[in-house]
Design a protein around this ligand. Sequence first.
Ligand code: FAD
Ligand code: FES
Length: 265
Amino acid sequence: MIAQDTIVLWNQPAAPGYYRMGLACATGFDTARPGQFVMVRTGTEATPLLRRPFSLLGLIREGDRVTGIEILFKVVGKGTQRLSRCREGDRLSVIGPLGNAFLVPETCRQLILVAGGVGVPPIRFLAQSMLEREGGFSRCVVFVGGRTKDDLVCITEFDLPGFLLDVSTDDGSQGNQGMVTRSLEKALDAGPADLICACGPSGMLKAVSVIALERGIPCQVSIEAMMACGMGACLGCAVKLQDDETRYRHVCVDGPVFDAHRLAW
Ligand SMILES: Cc1cc2nc3c(=O)[nH]c(=O)nc-3n(C[C@H](O)[C@H](O)[C@H](O)COP(=O)(O)OP(=O)(O)OC[C@H]3O[C@@H](n4cnc5c(N)ncnc54)[C@H](O)[C@@H]3O)c2cc1C
Ligand code: FES
């Protein structure tokens, strides 16, 4: 993990209120994995003072070398508004890669991925990395959900060999009408899964975790917390595990990916 000045390669609208940004990084991301995140300084002025965390959407490669990273962000406040105004050639200070990653065991043949709203980035990175996996996989079903079709970002990127995409929106404006968890339940009733990996709003992650637990399926979730430092110094991102109530874990260093069945939802 290092801090470095990166250069904005592109910053393009990906859906209403969402931007996709490419950053050239001199070094540090060769071994970055899906689930890891970066802390980005969103402006040169004092406000916002704190860096903001963003999951890696993917790596930019030139041949065998990793030359940059991509992030995808939703504009929600001051920091993301500033990011949305960045132009090609601007410099942004980035620390990363930070945190842990999704861990798909070699024995996993049937993988289920679930992404809700702005939870797409690490799931997209994980899907891409499955294609490079030694030994491959038999089947991967990706469930993507959003409130409306405007919250479905980068879904065409799940159009990958061996992947099945299942889209849901709360209002039915695209795909199945209803929550993404309803489609997930239907699919699990119809066929087995070795592992579920999910990222999205905490209500969705809790529901996915219950569904997995009821069926005895291992489940990893990437969770969010308010983060000031991103590297274990401020202790602001504490969570409790239900099987170890004696000490807190920190989302930035012990996560953001956790075994869903261990979290005290
Ligand atoms: C590990 C991690 C990975 C993340 N990955 C992504 C990503 O890939 N794309 C993306 O768009 N966002 C991601 N986020 C959330 C992102 O960091 C926040 O949206 C961002 O920091 C908001 O900054 P802001 O200055 O625009 O908003 P602020 O002005 O700081 O806040 C605006 C509103 O957003 C809420 N908010 C701010 N940060 C968070 C947070 N971490 N969790 C929940 N609510 C928050 C605030 O409570 C407030 O209501 C991630 C967060 C974490 C912890
Ligand atoms: S954000 Fe500071 S300890 Fe996690």
